[in-house]
Design a protein around this ligand. Structure first.
Ligand code: ARG
Ligand code: ZN
Length: 837
C-alpha cells in the first residue's frame, strides 16, 4: 500500500472553481442507486479536481458535451485545456451501492432505510465533488424511489407518487447535505419564531416509536427559544426535521434543516431511558439545533478549523443545559467528562492542538480536544472579556461572517474588534497541545495573603517546548467565618503573584468554577481541603475539595477520615441540592484514579487501583451504616416519573446510597429492583447484583421483557461487560458476543459490548493481556467494515505508557499486530501509528 498522504494546514489554498448551484437527482436502489449531479461552476483557473470514492462513473459532460476525465482512487481530474473559459455546467451520472456501503459514510442502506452521513468527507461517496467545507452552494434535490417518505434539506417544493423535490435556499458546504428515504412515521409540532414566522417541526421515527419522542420535541422547542433569547438567533426555514436512525457512527448530525440522529439521542421514555439518557437527548438536540448558526450559517474554511463550530456549539449546549438544570452540577459533570476524555487524550500519544496542523484522516480528529477543550477555550474567552464583551463579540461574529466559511483567526478577531482586547497570546491555546499545570503556593506575610502561581505545559508529540498561555483563575479566600475576598486573576506569565490584605492566614479557593482547563497542584496546608469542602461558597470547589481528599487516599496513602467526615456532613445537609450531594458522595472512577496516579508520576497498577477503590467504598459504607438506606428511602422521589426538576438528582443520590448499602445486603438491591418503576431505578438496582455476580435470573427477565427494544438491549449488553467482576468480565464478553442479539455490524451494539469491557478498567487491564488481545481482534475485524468506528475505539490503548513494563509490552504487541494487518485502513493506520510513536 502507498504511504497515505498527510494534509497540512499550511498548504491551504482556495478551490480553483467556485460552485454556484447543485442539482442532484437520486434514483434509489439498495445496491445500484444512480446519482445525477448537475453542478454550475462559475469559471475558475487550472485543472478541475473533484473528490470521489467508491463511485462508478457512468457519464460526464461539460455544457452538454461528453468529456473523459482522468480517474484515480481518490477522484477525477479534468485538465484545464478541456475546460471552457468562464462559467460552465458539469453533469455526471454515477452509480453507488448503499447496501454494500459498510462505512456508514455517504449514502447507506440499513433495515430498509436510506441514510446519509456526509461530515466530514462522505459526500465524495455520493458523487464527484469538491468535498471541502469552503465550497458553498445552493442545492436542489430530486429523489425517486418507491418509499413513503423521501426527505432532503430545506423545503419540500413538489412531490408525487414515488418522487419528491427539495430546495434549500441557504448556500451550504456538501458535508451538510442529507437524504433519508424509507417507511417512517412523524411526530409533529410547531414553533413560532421571534419575528412571528411559523416553523413546522417534524421528528421521524419507525412506527411504534412515536411515543418516545416527546422529550426530544420539548428539548427542540426549548433550544429554539433559548437561542433566540440568549444569542438573538432565529431559525431560518419553514421546516425543521429530525430523523432517528439505529445505524449511525456518531451521536447526531446537523444537516441543514434535516438533522439525522442516532436514535439513542431521540427516543426516550421513563420505561426505557435513564435520567442520563434524557440529559443526553436534551443536550444533543440542543447541540445539533445550535449548529444551524454556529456551523451552518457560519461554517469552517477547512477541517483544521473544526473546533470553530464544535467547540463553540458544545459551549452553547453546555450553557443551555446549565440554564435548564442546576448550573454547578452541570459544570461538575462537564469537568468530569473533560478530564475523563480530554485530559486523558492530552496526556498521551494522541495529544493534539485544538486546531490541529496536520492529519491523515480527518475522522480521527473528532476528538475530546476539538470538542470539549474547544468549548473550554470559549468559556475562557467569556471569562476574560466578561458576559457583555462576549455578547458583543458574538453579535459581531454573526453580523460579519454570516454565509462564510471561516477560521479560528476570524473568530479571535471579532473578540479583539468588539472588546479591544489583544488575543495574540490566547492563540497559543489553539496551537499548543497538552494540559497546562498550574501550581499555587500561599503565604501570609505583612498583613497580606500572597498567592504565587506558576504555569508549565509538558511536552506533547511534536511540541517539545511550550509557552505560557493566558489562564483566567477565579479565586476566593476563606476564613472560619466565610469568604473574605474574591476575584479573577489572568495568569499570563510563567510565574505571577497575587497579594490581598487579610487579617490572618486564609484558605485559598482557586480555579473556582473550573475557570480554565488546567491541572491545579495546590500546596496549601493540611486541613485546607476540609475547610473548602465544608465552607466554600463556590459549589464547584466545594466538590473539588472532596475529590482532592478522596484522591489523596486513592492515589496516595492519605488518611480517609477527613474525606469521610466531610462527605458525611455534606450528605446530612439537606439545604444542598440532592444532585450535588450525590456528586460529593461519589468516588473518582478507577480510570480517574489511574489518571491521577500518572499525573503524580507513579506507575499505575490497575489491580491496586481496584483494591483501593473498593476499600474506600467499603469505608464509606461502614461510616454511613444504616443511614445509607434510611436517607436513600427518604430522598427517592415517588409519583410520576419526571426527567426534569429535582427528581433526577434525588434518584441519583438515592441510588448512590443504595449501591453502598447493597454491599452489605444484596437483598436491598433486589427489593429496589422489584419496586422500580422507571429505567433509572431499575438499572441502578440491577447494578449491585451484576457486580456481585448474582443477577442471572434478573438479567434473563430483563432480556425477556425488552427483547426487540434495541436501545434497552444495548444497556443489557453494556451492563454485563461493564460491571462483571474483573476476573470474569472477559468471559462474559466472549459468551455474549455469541448471543443471538449481538450484531457487531451495528455500532451501538458493538459499542455496548466492547465499550463496556473497555470501561471495566480492571478487567480490560487484566495482567495476562487477554483483554488486549480480544480488543485487537475486534478492531481488526471491524476495521475492514467500518474504519471510523474501529479507529475511534482503538483509543482504548492510548494510555499504555501509564502502566508497568509488562502491560506496556502486551499493549504494544497488539498495536503492532493491528498495524501490520493486511489492508489496515487509513483511519486505523494513523491512530496506531500515532500511539506507537
Ligand atoms: N458534526 C457532528 C456533531 O458534532 C458530528 C459529526 C461526526 N462526524 C465524524 N466524522 N466523526 O454534531
Ligand atoms: Zn457538533
Amino acid at each position: 500500500m502507498s504511504q497515505p498522504s498527510v494534509i497540512r494546514l499550511e498548504d491551504y489554498t482556495p478551490f480553483s472553481h467556485p460552485v454556484k448551484s447543485v442539482h442532484l437527482t437520486f434514483r434509489l436502489h439498495p445496491t445500484a442507486t444512480t446519482v445525477r449531479a448537475e453542478i454550475a461552476f462559475d469559471g475558475g483557473t487550472g485543472d478541475l479536481r473533484l473528490d470521489g470514492a467508491a463511485l462508478k462513473l457512468l457519464s460526464a459532460t461539460i455544457n452538454g458535451t461528453p468529456v473523459t476525465p482522468v480517474l484515480d482512487e481518490d477522484g477525477l481530474t479534468v485538465p484545464a485545456a478541456a475546460l471552457p473559459d468562464g462559467p460552465f455546467t458539469w453533469v455526471t451520472e454515477t452509480q453507488i451501492d448503499p447496501d454494500g456501503n459498510s462505512t456508514l459514510e455517504g449514502l447507506y442502506h440499513r433495515r430498509d432505510l436510506f441514510i446519509t452521513q456526509c461530515e466530514a468527507e462522505g459526500f465524495r461517496r455520493i458523487t464527484y465533488f469538491p468535498d471541502r467545507p469552503d465550497v458553498m452552494a445552493v442545492y436542489t434535490v430530486r429523489i425517486e424511489g418507491d418509499h413513503p417518505v423521501l426527505l432532503s434539506n430545506g423545503d419540500l417544493t413538489a412531490q408525487g407518487d414515488g418522487w419528491a423535490e427539495w430546495h434549500d435556499p441557504w448556500p451550504k458546504p456538501c458535508y451538510l447535505f442529507a437524504l433519508v428515504a424509507g417507511d417512517l412515521q412523524c411526530v409533529e409540532d410547531n414553533f413560532t419564531t421571534m419575528s412571528g414566522r411559523d416553523v413546522a417541526l417534524k421528528i421521524w421515527v419507525r412506527d411504534g416509536d412515536q411515543n418516545r419522542c416527546a422529550y426530544a420535541m420539548d428539548s427542540l422547542i426549548r433550544s429554539m427559544k433559548w437561542d433566540e433569547e440568549k444569542y438573538g438567533r432565529e431559525y431560518d426555514l419553514d421546516l425543521f426535521q429530525i430523523v432517528a436512525v439505529d445505524d449511525f457512527n456518531a451521536g447526531a448530525m446537523e444537516n441543514k434543516g434535516l438533522n439525522i440522529f442516532n436514535s439513542k439521542y431521540v427516543l426516550a421514555s421513563a420505561e426505557t431511558a435513564t435520567d442520563a439518557d434524557f440529559d443526553g437527548v436534551e443536550s444533543v438536540i440542543a447541540h445539533e439545533y445550535f449548529h444551524n448558526w454556529t456551523g451552518n450559517r457560519i461554517t469552517c474554511r477547512d477541517w483544521f478549523q473544526l473546533s470553530l463550530k464544535e467547540g463553540l456549539t458544545v459551549f452553547r449546549d453546555q450553557c443551555f443545559s446549565a440554564d435548564m438544570r442546576s448550573a454547578p452540577v452541570k459544570r461538575i459533570d462537564d469537568v468530569l467528562r473533560l478530564r475523563a476524555g480530554q485530559f486523558r487524550e492530552d496526556a498521551g500519544p494522541l495529544a493534539h492542538p485544538v486546531r490541529p496542523e496536520s492529519y491523515v484522516e480527518i475522522n480521527n480528529f473528532y476528538t475530546a480536544t476539538v470538542y470539549e477543550k474547544g468549548a473550554e477555550l470559549i468559556r475562557m474567552l467569556r471569562e476574560i472579556v466578561g458576559p457583555d464583551g462576549y455578547d458583543a463579540a458574538l453579535a459581531l461574529y454573526f453580523e460579519r461572517h454570516d454565509g462564510q466559511a471561516c477560521t479560528i483567526k476570524h473568530w479571535l478577531s471579532v473578540f479583539t474588534d468588539a472588546t479591544g482586547h489583544d488575543f495574540t497570546q490566547f492563540r497559543r491555546w489553539y496551537q499548543q497541545a497538552g494540559t497546562p499545570r498550574v501550581t499555587v503556593e500561599d503565604r501570609f506575610e505583612g498583613g497580606e495573603t500572597i498567592l504565587t502561581f506558576r504555569q508549565n505545559t509538558p511536552p506533547t508529540p511534536g511540541q517539545p517546548d511550550k509557552l505560557p498561555v493566558p489562564i483566567p483563575i477565579r479565586w476566593g479566600l476563606l476564613d472560619d467565618s466565610g469568604e473574605v475576598a474574591n476575584g479573577t486573576l489572568i495568569l499570563t506569565e510563567a510565574e505571577q503573584e497575587l497579594r490581598v490584605k487579610t487579617a490572618a492566614r486564609t484558605v485559598p479557593s482557586v480555579l473556582r468554577s473550573f475557570s480554565a482547563p488546567v491541572i491545579l497542584e495546590q500546596q496549601g496546608q493540611a486541613g485546607d481541603a476540609a475547610v473548602r469542602l465544608a465552607h466554600d461558597t463556590d459549589a464547584f470547589n466545594r466538590w473539588e475539595a472532596g475529590r482532592t481528599l478522596a484522591l489523596d487516599v486513592l492515589a496516595g496513602d492519605g488518611d480517609p477520615a477527613p474525606w469521610l467526615d466531610g462527605v458525611q456532613a455534606v450528605l446530612a445537609d439537606d439545604t444542598l441540592d440532592a444532585a450535588f450531594r450525590a456528586l460529593v458522595l461519589s468516588l473518582p472512577t478507577q480510570e480517574g484514579i489511574a489518571q491521577q496516579m500518572a499525573q503524580r508520576g507513579q506507575v499505575v497498577d490497575p489491580d491496586l487501583v481496584y483494591v483501593r477503590h473498593q476499600s474506600l467504598e467499603e469505608a464509606l459504607t461502614s461510616r454511613l451504616g444504616p443511614d445509607a438506606m434510611r436517607i436513600s428511602n427518604t430522598i427517592r422521589p415517588t409519583g410520576d416519573y419526571s426527567p426534569d426538576g429535582d427528581a433526577p438528582g434525588q434518584r441519583t443520590l438515592a441510588n448512590r446510597l443504595l449501591s453502598l448499602a447493597a454491599r452489605r445486603d444484596t437483598g436491598l438491591a433486589r427489593d429496589a429492583l422489584n419496586a422500580a418503576t422507571n429505567m433509572t431505578d431499575r438499572l441502578a438496582a440491577l447494578a449491585p447484583l451484576v457486580r456481585a455476580g448474582q443477577a442471572k435470573q434478573e438479567l434473563a427477565a430483563f432480556h425477556a421483557e425488552w427483547s426487540g427494544t434495541d436501545l434497552v438491549i444495548d444497556k443489557w449488553f453494556a451492563m454485563q461487560t461493564g460491571l462483571a467482576p474483573a476476573d470474569q468480565a472477559l468471559d462474559v464478553a466472549k459468551r455474549l458476543q455469541n448471543h443471538d442479539d449481538f450484531t457487531w455490524k451495528v455500532p451501538n451494539r458493538f459499542r455496548s459490548l466492547v465499550g463496556g469491557l473497555i470501561g471495566n478498567t480492571a478487567a480490560f487491564h487484566r495482567a495476562d493481556g487477554a483483554s488486549y488481545v480480544w480488543l485487537a481482534d475486534w478492531l481488526i475485524q471491524i476495521d475492514k467494515l467500518n474504519p471510523m468506528l474501529a479507529a475511534r475505539m482503538s483509543a482504548a490503548f492510548e494510555t499504555w505508557r501509564r502502566y508497568d513494563q509488562d502491560r506496556q509490552t502486551l499493549i504494544l504487541d497488539q498495536l503492532e499486530r493491528i498495524a501490520s494487518t493486511d489492508g489496515v485502513s487509513r483511519d486505523m493506520g494513523e491512530m496506531v501509528g500515532r500511539m506507537r510513536a
